[in-house]
Write a protein that binds this ligand. Structure first.
Ligand SMILES: [Zn+2]
Length: 90
């Protein structure tokens, strides 16, 4: 599978690490969550069939984070965009 890096162009999937789908932000009232509610936040994630936005790190390339739109059944990729402005190498 080829992944389109915004900065490096199309590269082999083996150069990347997928960090999973872009999820909703954490609830604002974290201190009031019960154990069951915390378990839902941490472990119960949607697993949709279809197009999802995922976070991918170009670990063996530029080291930048991308948002890749991927179909969870066919693995077709519809494009990528920066997860944030490019961070200069240290
Ligand atoms: Zn890259």
């Amino acid at each position: 599978m080829r992944v389109e890096c915004v900065w490096c162009g199309p590269r082999d999937e083996s150069e990347f690490r997928c960090a999973g789908p872009v999820t909703e932000p954490l609830p604002s009232d974290l201190d009031s969550l019960t154990g069951v509610a915390w378990a839902r936040v941490l472990y119960q994630r949607a697993n949709p069939e279809g197009w999802v936005d995922e976070r991918w790190l170009h670990a063996a390339g530029c080291g930048q984070w991308l948002i890749v739109t991927r179909h969870t059944v066919s693995h077709e990729m519809a494009g990528s965009r920066p997860a944030r402005p490019r961070i200069a190498s240290l």
